[in-house]
Design a protein around this ligand. Sequence first.
Ligand code: GLU
Length: 298
Amino acid sequence: MSLLFPVTTRFAPTPSGAMHVGHVLAAFTARHLADAHGGRCLLRIEDIDSRARDVRWVDQLMEDLDWLGIRFDGEVMVQSQRFDVYAAVLRELHDKELLYPCFCSRSMRRHENEDIARAPHTTASGCTHRPDRCRTLQADEIERRLVDGEPHSWRIDMHRVQDLIGCPTWEDLYAGVRRCIPSDCEDVILSRKDTPTSYHLAVVVDDAQQGVNLVTRGRDLMASTPIHRALQAVLGLPTPVYAHHPLLRDSKGVRLAKRDHATSIASLREAGYSPAQILSEIRSAVSNGGIWNANQPR
Ligand code: GLU
């Protein structure tokens, strides 16, 4: 595995709810990988979605991280302060003729992950070949509808991306060498009137901007990596190594989420857990196939 030295990795939470043990696993894994390679671990707040800009959750996140004793290096990057940077990159993709407007209504798009600002936490493949209706609209129709002010979003044309960059590869610390076939990927939405960027665009731009050469995150985000790798290639950005770590699940095998109040750091703290006990429970869950079943401090 060709890890670049010095390693720079990151923890990039979306503070739209209480931090839970799954986030702690991601943060500890990133910190551990940085320390094991004498590198740096950065913190980035992914709050392009207005719902993730609730100061209550940001404050709680910072307090939880502090209480857990997880430290980060350098300055904290905050995505909501960087909309002009994302807009410039969108213009660049537009100038390369890689974007097209999509006039489909919300109901026509309902099979898609509607929430373009959030990371799609799914185990399904991010590469789902499907007809992207608006890709084949004629130029004069596009022009007319844009002039008429018809609401639209902007999608990336993954077929054109493939013509431009071919099928780039990347390395995953746990899964080995992977290949991105852009034309197998969905033409994801990169911006909409109400959200002038997307998770996919912001994460790629910011990892490059922060010099992240090791992207540490949960395995449920692995499905997004072909899209990210394609964006890096068209934008001429460096290729990081990825570390998609295994996830924590409940006793039914369901991925832990912000809705599971019992696994939030605040409630574990209230129940009497110390940071060391939480870490030790996470370690035993990981060695138990990722099943989290701690309820009371031992
Ligand atoms: N902000 C994303 C989340 O909290 C993680 C994105 C990433 O690590 O690439 O779900």
